[in-house]
Design a protein around this ligand. Structure first.
Ligand SMILES: [Fe+2]
Ligand SMILES: [Fe+2]
Length: 247
């Protein structure tokens, strides 16, 4: 079975539509979204429309949760962007989006796979040091082999073998086989705001039989999204600039 996993769309509809065209070509059996559909970008409702129509499983990211509640640990620019995003969901006409978000969870466990937006215990915390990966592995059950996560917008893989941790670069060059590892943590990267100095969108496909991850990097019309951001006073221009630099 081939699963496509997307994350951190951040209301970047142009990036999302470009990636969906590629996903349609790949014809996965399932499409899963690890959260942060909104925040930072100019098209939060449209991004949610795509996810609600196309994804079989969707997680609640910290930006999605902040839309329902209040921002937690947000700096000035993301906080202001979130406040603008809230205005896009005001009124009964848009209530269905919020009703949908209220049904979502930040963590989903399914057989040998764990899907999580950020760390297992929170969709706010980041994996910053190798000990954070061990922390996650210790909280996976014996049968859980691989955890797919988003949130940091930085694609990479950590694997555990014979009590040692291995870091694997998220290269596009072909399937990365996880079979030799007892446990793996796979960051799928970001559709809408990549931060690994590559401004192309990132998502993965996972072959469950081969236990193999393939990273896909997709160029989209950054100019178009950046201009939309600049045209919205509630979104700081830095949010447009960073898209070009992949930071
Ligand atoms: Fe995010
Ligand atoms: Fe996040």
């Amino acid at each position: 079975m081939l699963i496509a996993i997307i994350s951190d769309l951040h209301a970047n509809l142009d990036a999302l539509q470009t990636c969906m065209a590629k996903i349609d070509e790949l014809r996965p059996d399932d499409l899963i979204c690890l959260g942060d559909m909104v925040g930072y970008g100019p098209n939060p409702r449209e991004a949610l429309d795509v996810v609600m129509a196309r994804c079989s499983k969707v997680l609640l990211g910290n930006h999605d949760e902040a839309l329902l509640k209040q921002p937690v640990n947000f700096n000035k620019i993301p906080r202001e962007a979130l406040m603008w995003t809230k205005t896009q969901f005001e009124g009964e006409a848009y209530r269905r989006y919020l009703d949908y978000l209220w049904t979502l969870q930040p963590l989903l466990r399914e057989g040998e796979i764990v899907y999580s937006h950020g760390m297992l215990q929170s969709n706010v915390n980041y994996v910053e040091v190798p000990e954070d990966v061990l922390f996650i592995f210790e909280r996976m059950t014996v049968q859980e082999r691989v955890c797919f996560a988003g949130h940091s917008h930085f694609p990479c893989i950590w694997g555990l073998r014979d009590s040692s941790l291995y870091y694997i670069e998220a290269e596009e060059a072909g399937p990365i086989e996880l079979g030799e590892f007892e446990k793996c943590w796979v960051n799928v990267g970001s559709i809408g705001q990549p931060r690994d100095r590559d401004n192309r969108s990132c998502f993965i496909t996972y072959d469950t039989e081969k236990r193999a991850v393939t990273y896909h990097r997709i160029a989209y019309d950054v100019d178009k999204t950046a201009q939309k951001i600049r045209d919205i006073p509630g979104l700081d221009n830095f949010l447009a600039d960073r898209l070009y630099r992949g930071i």
